[in-house]
Design a protein around this ligand. Structure first.
Ligand code: BTN
Length: 248
């Protein structure tokens, strides 16, 4: 199976994840890649919008195998590692990861990952892996509410880069992570993830989907990719999904 083949390119779609899902229902194979120049309903994590202006950024989705539950929980983390490595290979910028899968440059978000499972009769059939990278977008073009937390490669390089070349790097890096996952121990993946994590070792606030925010020290990653948070009295909390704010 070659990741990134075939490629379906579009000028504008609602969401590349939605197109990939539709292609899956029409029989598209594992590895299929959907790329668009613009999205009118780009989707982010936790039900948010992903701002997707035309002709400046990368919006793409891969149809991946469902594998096993361990693989499914690692897909978004592995994808963020691949994004960070593709960015570094193409620009030499140092990208790091805010748990679970936000890619940051100098603390500002440059890319996001949205992995959605497709199930039939309770069994997961495929993972649709959506990736958005802010490439040549000037941050001043964004709503002021997100300008202070968002960046693009252009903002750091002072020049535009070739989005297709970045996509090739990304597909290669994902392919390498894909092979690596099936051929190595999870502890190796955890180690690699920790080496580019911007979260582990910091004090953070975790905004959980249910219940109030919890504060603590981000202590490590479990074998399924969950975050270990050390609370005030040394109590450990295992967090599977949250929006993390880095404190210092
Ligand atoms: C996040 O909130 O950080 C995840 C953002 C994921 C955005 C990408 S862009 C391509 C794909 N299609 C979507 O609608 N979302 C993902």
């Amino acid at each position: 199976m070659a990741l990134g083949q075939p490629i379906h390119r579009f000028e504008e779609v609602l969401s590349t994840n939605a197109v990939a899902l539709d292609l899956h229902h029409r029989g598209a194979s594992e590895g299929t890649l959907v790329v668009a120049d613009a999205q009118t309903r780009g989707r982010g994590r936790l039900g948010r919008e992903w701002i997707s202006p035309s002709g400046v950024n990368l919006y793409c989705s891969y149809i991946l195998r469902a594998g096993n539950p361990e693989w499914i929980s690692w897909v978004p983390l592995i994808a963020s590692m691949a994004v960070a490595s593709a960015i570094h290979a193409e620009t030499e910028l140092n990208a790091r990861i805010k748990w679970p899968n936000d890619v940051l440059i100098e603390g500002l978000k440059v890319a996001g990952v949205l992995a959605e499972t497709v199930s039939d009769g309770g069994e997961v059939q495929r993972v649709i892996l959506g990736i958005g990278v802010n490439v040549n977008m000037p941050i001043a073009s964004l709503p002021s509410s997100v300008q202070s937390t968002t960046t693009s490669l252009f903002e750091h390089l002072g020049e535009s880069i070739d989005r297709n070349q970045l996509l090739t790097r990304l597909t290669d890096a994902l392919d390498a992570q894909y092979q690596n996952f099936w051929n190595s121990d999870t502890s190796d993946i955890v180690r690699e993830y920790l080496s580019i994590s911007d979260t582990i070792g910091r004090r953070v606030i975790a905004h959980l989907p249910v219940g109030g925010p919890v504060e603590g020290l981000a202590d490590g990653i479990e074998s399924d990719g969950s975050l270990r948070l050390r609370r005030g009295q040394g109590d450990m909390e295992i967090i599977r999904s949250a929006d993390i704010v880095h404190l210092r």
